[in-house]
Design a protein around this ligand. Structure first.
Ligand SMILES: [Zn+2]
Length: 426
């Protein structure tokens, strides 16, 4: 076994240039989501590469999922290769979409610049670097032992950044992420090379709207300001909600430490006239004010209670504050997800990190969510973790990068874990 793995490691070391080139090629597909650019060529690039290694390639379009259209088809690629003899299926899943470029870049975001042992570009860290590591790991394994027991599968999926509905959720609904088709799933999200991620917090996004009545801005007493009503909401959030959230901490090992409690971000706040217009605004009392909240909750909390807590604040204002009227609309909700830290895939990866890196890995949970929720909730497959190179805090930032050494180490860890899982030695 260890002689076999030594050969696998040697192959990975020999292919660092190939791994860098692969990562750069993936970054050069500007798969920005929304709207979901360049999914098809990116998926086909992955499919064409793995077809040469004897993988069966399937393209599955998330027909009718949010954003799916003939201009922006939600194309996923799944590559599957059966070895010889019985064994489980080990699946590596990476999302191919990236978030918008945003401001603050000092390098061209889709040129894929290699400098000082790092690859720079949008998606380098989250998570084309991780996907490339997994592909290199799998190829090295297949080339070293073509007749491994069981099945290896690798997928490039879309839309993770917008909830995964056209990607892993769609595939999970069609049975692609359930037993007996798949047994163990590794998602190479950027969780740092020496950490194993076993779950994530829950999310509740909602839009709150307060209503007012328009009037001339010189006589605001003739109208009713929706913005002032929203200020009253914010005051209660500051006075009651935020202090309450700060007292709730989790047994989930969420990183960074600050995210081990309940949090809420005010995503946006807008009242009155449109922000963008030419010339001066006209004097008006705002008849509407809208706020989007992004509440992250713990496994110890329930989604029902999370919603009730916010709604109760709004209802109390409706009772106490004259003319206070509001609407609340849910935009998005995800339950927390956590798997057994002693499950096969987590144990195999922990052991592989110890072996390859010689360090004791941290078991962590993610502050945000990722596609594990769909594997867990829809696919009903518990044996799923996130493990991959790239530093979590660089995700979604300008000048995002991934370290080549970390990618190489992660590829060895993934190959080791996969090899053990296929033999059911984990
Ligand atoms: Zn990601």
């Amino acid at each position: 076994m260890s002689a076999l793995l030594d050969q696998v490691y040697e192959r990975i070391d020999d292919r660092v240039d190939d791994m860098v080139e692969l990562t750069c090629d993936l970054i050069r597909f500007p798969t920005v989501n929304p709207p979901g650019e360049a999914y098809t060529p990116c998926a086909e690039y992955i499919g064409n590469r793995l077809a040469k290694r004897g993988f069966d390639i399937q393209y599955v379009r998330g027909e009718g999922t949010p954003g799916d259209s003939s201009d922006y088809p939600r194309v996923n690629v799944i590559a599957r290769r059966k070895g010889k003899g019985d064994g489980p299926c080990v699946h590596f899943n990476g999302h191919i979409d990236v978030i918008e470029v945003g401001a603050g870049w000092t390098v061209a975001p889709f040129d894929a610049i290699v400098k000082d042992g790092r690859i720079y570009g949008r998606g380098a860290c989250d998570m084309k670097g991780g996907l490339a590591s997994a592909i290199i790991a799998v190829e090295a394994l297949v080339d070293t032992e073509p007749n491994y027991p069981g099945t290896i599968e690798i997928s490039g999926t879309c839309d993770e950044e917008t909830g995964g509905y056209g990607g892993v959720a769609y595939l999970a609904e069609k049975g692609w992420f359930s037993k007996p088709w798949v047994d163990h799933v590794v998602i190479p999200e950027p969780m740092n090379v020496d950490r194993v991620c076993i779950g994530h917090r829950g999310v509740w996004w909602a839009e709150i709207e307060t209503h007012g009545r328009m009037a001339h801005g010189s006589m605001p007493f003739l109208g009713d300001s929706a913005v002032r009503h929203m200020v009253a909401v914010l005051e209660l959030f500051e006075k009651d909600l935020y202090p309450a959230l700060a007292t709730r901490s989790s047994d989930m090992p969420v990183v960074p430490e600050g995210a081990r409690q309940s949090t809420m971000n005010i995503n946006s706040l807008h009242g009155g006239q449109a922000e963008y217009h030419s010339g001066l605004p006209s004097p008006c009392v705002a008849d509407s004010c809208r706020m989007i909240i992004d509440r992250r909750f713990l496994i110890e909390e329930s989604l029902v209670d999370v919603k009730r807590e916010v709604t109760a604040i709004l209802e109390s204002l409706a009772e106490s504050r004259p003319d206070f009227r509001f609407d609340i609309r849910e935009l998005f909700a995800v339950e927390p997800s956590i798997v057994d830290r002693d499950g096969p895939v987590a144990s195999a990866t922990v052991a592989a990190i110890q072996e390859v890196l010689g360090v004791e890995p941290d078991i962590v949970c993610s502050p945000g969510t990722y596609d594990q929720k769909h594997v867990d909730r829809i696919g009903k497959l518990k044996d799923c973790i996130a493990y991959g190179p790239g530093r979590l805090d660089l995700a979604h930032q300008p000048d995002e990068w991934v370290g080549i050494e970390d990618m190489t180490a992660a590829a060895k860890v993934m190959a080791t874990a996969a090899s053990r899982l296929l033999r059911q030695e984990a």
